[in-house]
Ligand binder design. Structure first.
Ligand code: ATP
Length: 202
């Protein structure tokens, strides 16, 4: 599974539809300060399910929408599409029956985010799991933002272990365990309620 294209529309400074073709090998992005290099990396993280505005250098999630410039009005939505080459069929189970995958995330003002996988609407969780099981995703240690190396050096051992676990592709298992624990708690609460009702009837 290889990233092959990133398309940005109305995302931060990329107001017009912009395609970044990701060829095999190393891709370098060069440009003057403030031209949008970090915005590209943020778009990649965002389409993979990042939900923390701080990770997008914003105060709220809608801050990723083009905010307008002196010559252009603000946009009402932002969209990022990530194309994946899956011709070697390396995508995790459940996503592995096509040669290409396209994940799209769109955020509309006052509406929120919607995700699509090959044109079909999916949940944020499905997209996050796809990338977590593929040992990548918005938390991937392969995406290194400015200042992250020094943060890692100063991090507590538990946080460092998390980085290794994400790299090993077991982040999805943690998420599934967390969801199973929540279900268990809900079921326990329901059982207590049933006991109360039964007691009331006795
Ligand atoms: P540097 O080399 O200094 O790190 P960079 O090339 O990584 O810079 P970015 O930080 O990606 O640049 O881009 C910053 C630019 O994006 C700024 O000009 C900022 O005004 C613009 N920008 C960020 N968010 C938005 C938004 N929502 N709408 C319009 N422009 C935005």
């Amino acid at each position: 599974m290889r990233f092959s294209k990133l398309r940005l529309t109305g995302f931060k400074s990329f107001v017009d539809p912009t395609d970044l073709l990701i060829q095999e090998g190393l891709t370098g992005v060069v440009g003057p300060n403030g031209c949008g290099k970090s915005n590209l990396l943020e778009a990649l993280r965002w389409v993979m399910g990042e939900n923390r505005p701080t990770a997008m250098r914003g105060g709220g999630m809608e801050d990723v929408i083009f905010a307008g410039a002196s010559s252009r009005p603000a946009r009402n939505f932002a969209e990022v599409a990530l194309s994946l080459d899956n011709s070697e069929r390396l995508a995790p189970a459940g996503f592995n029956d096509t040669d290409a995958l396209e994940i799209t995330r769109r955020i509309t003002r006052d509406v929120g985010s919607a995700y699509r996988l090959n044109g079909k609407e999916v949940r944020a969780r499905d997209v996050q799991m796809l990338f977590a099981d593929a040992a990548t995703g918005s938390h991937s240690p392969a995406l290194v933002r400015q200042g992250q190396i020094s943060e890692l050096i100063n991090a507590k051992p538990k946080s460092r272990r998390r980085v290794l676990e994400d790299a090993a592709g077991i982040g999805g298992l943690y998420q599934r365990r967390h969801e199973a624990e929540l279900k268990l708690k809900n079921t326990e609460a329901n059982l207590t309620r049933v006991d109360d009702v039964v007691e009331g009837l006795a």
